[in-house]
Design a binder for this molecule. Structure first.
Ligand code: HEC
Ligand code: HEC
Ligand code: HEC
Ligand code: HEC
Ligand code: HEC
Ligand code: HEC
Ligand code: HEC
Ligand code: HEC
Length: 470
């Protein structure tokens, strides 16, 4: 097929390489650019546009989508005015991308197969260059396949294990540009080259035909066995924090992120964390660039940003693989059970006290009510005494017993039981499920503490007045 310079398209490879074809088809490479039709579009279109008014959809697989108009230019204004032209998948929000500007599509070299910079695809003046097939198809990496589909011979098709560099890097290769606090996109190669793992290629870890989550061939643990063993005994391992949660945080940004918690949306390939340094960047040729490592801001603050600061995290980061909390988890669970009983009896004490005062509907006789009140007060009192004793015991570091006089923890401890249940389950769920940090559990925790203190104070005050009077 000389008219197509030997390119035949992925559909032609399906017959003999069906498994690879199916994997590739469900990965991002196959979906980066396509012509929309009523059947294949599963994201919203910019306001005021119908499928017929859009020539190509760009992306929409993992992070964001942009759209080209009938002339091949990026759509930068909608029926609502300028902007609101980029659709972010995770937040399901429309944001501005070069609002109102006239932007040609000159991105085909990384998004298509059989690209050449001359001419205009489909004759659309907004598109720079032409290509044979939409998306990163088999032949974008393996070269034209016309000969091979007839001969089925190895020598008629090529494999280049360094091909990724063509699209996952930007020039110059020895610098990693930083936008605000985030690593620039398309810089995986630039990043990997700064790491001690630079001798590996992308394909040492990735199966090139699969989407990233399903593509990992070799786990971190398989090479770093010593560290993996050490980490197995740590607390964070138990709650489900993985190597890549710290070593490959989303330090890059392609669509949307939160600069306060250093959380972008593209996983870093720098791997190295340096706990001694602050937010890492320096200026080179008037550009912010990353020197080749991440600080604890990226590695830890994303998850630990509610009550912890970077100083505390830097302290722990030195021993990140072997953090064990001072209290045994089983004892903490026991404590939670006791604390719950303590809380419930404090609640009963408060309600019965209110009832004794006549401020609350009395179901029981006054005498019964009084004994309920007294008993529940005693129960909660002894439970908290017991818990406090346990806490003092476990929180007195033998190497620094003076810490016992730090009353901060002592004062908030009685409430830890009940709030702990909320806090820990919330945190663990959010790590395992949402990976979004602690904002929501933190709020619940806060409200929990507030309610708890009110119950505690009310009980003490009411008990005092009732017991004196009755
Ligand atoms: C008619 C069947 C057939 C079709 C169609 C076909 N292949 Fe193959 N392909 C084979 C066979 C058979 C081999 C194994 C050759 C060997 O081991 O000597 C192979 C091997 C390969 C290899 C490995 C080469 C190597 O050096 O190990 C690649 C890459 C490849 N095919 C890509 C493609 C692509 C891309 C397409 C579509 C453009 C395609 N194939 C279409 C039959 C086919
Ligand atoms: C150097 C090659 C390269 C160039 C040039 C390039 N891209 Fe990309 N694009 C990528 C890669 C690679 C990704 C995947 C993210 C990553 O690995 O950093 C991507 C991802 C995207 C995505 C997100 C896809 C998704 O599934 O959410 C959009 C949208 C996008 N690019 C638009 C553009 C536009 C518009 C241009 C031109 C202004 C452009 N790109 C230029 C390589 C490139
Ligand atoms: C992003 C680039 C890329 C794309 C797209 C791609 N491949 Fe590959 N493919 C590679 C690389 C790199 C290797 C070598 C992998 C290795 O050695 O670890 C490879 C290996 C292969 C092999 C031989 C080894 C094996 O895994 O069996 C075949 C066959 C193959 N590809 C076929 C295809 C077909 C068919 C498609 C399209 C459906 C395709 N590839 C799409 C990069 C790509
Ligand atoms: C040491 C192993 C390793 C190497 C080498 C490596 N990666 Fe990755 N990569 C990973 C892991 C692990 C993930 C996360 C997979 C997941 O989402 O669970 C990942 C994710 C990605 C993602 C998706 C990012 C995201 O935020 O969803 C891209 C793109 C990527 N890698 C490209 C590359 C490229 C290009 C290279 C070569 C420069 C490369 N990787 C080298 C291990 C590696
Ligand atoms: C022709 C350009 C091109 C080449 C070559 C290329 N990529 Fe990509 N890659 C892209 C683009 C564009 C995206 C964004 C796809 C999307 O999100 O729809 C991407 C996305 C990815 C992703 C994340 C998307 C997913 O499906 O999870 C991984 C992982 C990845 N590439 C790995 C590789 C590896 C490994 C190689 C080398 C074997 C490679 N890429 C070669 C352009 C390329
Ligand atoms: C194929 C084996 C292999 C795999 C898989 C692998 N590593 Fe490595 N890693 C190495 C080697 C080898 C070194 C270099 C050690 C040295 O030179 O001191 C290294 C170095 C590192 C370093 C130190 C980097 C620096 O610049 O200081 C970190 C951190 C790291 N790896 C984390 C990871 C993580 C996280 C993963 C999983 C995504 C992973 N590694 C997967 C082999 C591997
Ligand atoms: C809680 C976050 C966290 C987790 C989880 C984590 N690491 Fe680390 N790791 C760090 C920090 C922080 C450093 C750097 C310590 C320093 O600055 O001295 C580090 C250093 C390293 C190093 C280089 C220094 C050395 O000790 O050789 C390697 C390799 C490494 N980690 C691999 C891994 C592997 C493999 C896993 C999973 C089994 C893992 N890490 C899990 C935070 C983590
Ligand atoms: C993916 C989220 C995540 C990341 C990233 C993470 N942690 Fe954690 N960490 C947790 C969870 C969940 C717990 C258990 C709940 C708790 O005690 O707060 C925990 C517990 C801890 C604890 C013990 C409890 C305490 O506060 O005394 C320390 C210390 C700690 N992490 C330090 C670090 C350091 C240092 C880093 C960065 C190198 C880090 N963590 C990165 C999720 C994370």
């Amino acid at each position: 097929m000389p008219s197509n310079d030997g390119y035949v398209g992925a559909e032609q490879c399906k017959t003999c390489h069906n498994e690879i074809y199916e994997e590739w088809k469900s990965s991002g490479h196959s979906k980066i650019i396509y012509k929309p039709s009523n059947g294949n579009i599963n994201i919203p279109l910019p306001e005021g546009y119908s499928v017929n008014e859009i020539s190509y959809v760009i992306g929409g697989y993992k992070w964001k989508a942009l759209f080209l108009d009938k002339n091949g230019y990026l759509i930068t204004s909608t029926s609502r005015g300028d902007g609101r032209n980029q659709y972010n998948l995770k937040s399901k929000r429309w944001v501005d991308y070069k609002a109102g500007e006239r932007v040609p599509y000159d991105c085909g070299m990384c998004h298509t197969t059989g690209y050449s910079p001359e001419g205009h695809q489909d004759g659309l003046e907004g598109i720079k260059g032409r290509w044979k097939f939409d998306g990163v198809q088999c032949e974008a990496c393996h070269g034209p396949g016309a000969l091979h589909i007839q001969s089925s011979l190895k020598r008629d098709i090529k494999i280049d294990r360094t091909i990724c560099i063509r699209c996952h890097s930007i020039d110059p290769l020895d610098a990693i540009p930083v936008n605000d606090v985030f690593l620039a996109p398309y810089t995986e190669v630039n990043q990997l080259m700064k790491s001690k793992m630079k001798k590996f290629k992308c394909v040492n870890c990735h199966n090139s035909h699969r989407s990233s989550e399903k593509s990992i061939k070799q786990s971190c643990e398989s090479c770093h066995q010593k560290i993996a063993l050490r980490y197995e005994n740590s607390y964070m391992h138990r709650v489900g924090v993985k190597c890549i949660d710290c070593h490959m945080p989303q330090a890059g940004l392609i669509a949307e992120g939160d600069r306060e918690t250093f959380t972008g949306d593209l996983k870093s390939h720098l791997f190295r964390i340096d706990h001694t340094k602050k937010f890492p960047f320096f200026i080179k040729d008037n550009e912010k660039v990353n020197p080749g490592y991440l600080s604890v801001d990226y590695a830890c603050i994303r998850c630990h940003n509610l009550y912890e600061d970077r100083e505390r995290m830097s302290g722990f980061a030195m021993v990140a693989h072997k953090i064990k909390i001072t209290t045994n988890i089983k004892i903490m669970r026991l404590q939670m059970v006791f604390a719950t009983i303590g809380f419930l009896s404090a609640l009963i004490a408060m309600l019965s006290a209110l009832s004794l005062k006549g401020w609350f509907w009395a179901i029981l006789k006054k005498k019964t009510l009084l004994s309920v009140h007294r008993n529940s007060v005693w129960i909660s009192f002894f439970i908290y005494l017991f818990i406090a004793t346990l806490c003092i015991y476990f929180h007195t570091p033998l190497d620094n017993p003076a810490k016992i006089f730090n009353l901060g923890w002592f004062l908030i401890h009685p409430i830890n039981g009940i709030s702990g249940i909320v806090l820990y389950s919330g945190k663990i769920i959010s790590v395992r499920k949402f990976k979004q940090g602690w904002k929501r559990p933190g709020l619940i925790w806060g409200i929990g503490i507030f309610i708890f203190w009110i119950v505690q104070y009310m009980t003490v005050i009411l008990s005092f007045f009732n017991i004196v009077r009755v």
